[in-house]
Design a protein around this ligand. Sequence first.
Ligand code: FES
Length: 169
Amino acid sequence: MNTEEKIQQAIANPRNMGEMADADAVGMVGNPDCGDMLRMWIKFGEKDGRKIIDRASFQSFGCQTAIAVASVATEMLRGKTVDEAKSLSSTELAEDLGPLPPMKIHCGQMVEGALRSALEAEEKEALAPAKAPGPDPGNLIHSFGSAPKQAGKLKVILDPPSNEPITNS
Ligand code: FES
């Protein structure tokens, strides 16, 4: 099966799509060039004394490739430690689909950006003093285009518009 066929298969049955009500962290990223956006929720757990990603989900106003990458990436993230997840490149997150065509590489980078945004939000939360619960962050439509929000343990980080590609750090 080639990459295009795998993308079509992933879109036909996307995994982990939708908001996660009990998420520990949420990250969001948008691409100003194509106008697509993606939000990722993460729920952490513990295994053998290590903090791991128990599950991840996503919501997308993106192209089919972004949805397909987010689907396979959220499956792959299950059981990974934060450090392992941070080390994953967009290519690795999309590995199950095969190499993306050049025009679609940014779609995978958007998934990587949403993941990093969520992980960074969780790190900031771990360092920050406890906060009182805030209002419900609402759904994706209401969140896009608005200022960063905090609601209890949920954090929405809206990346500033940038033409710079997402890079591994
Ligand atoms: Fe922009 Fe796919 S075309 S995310």
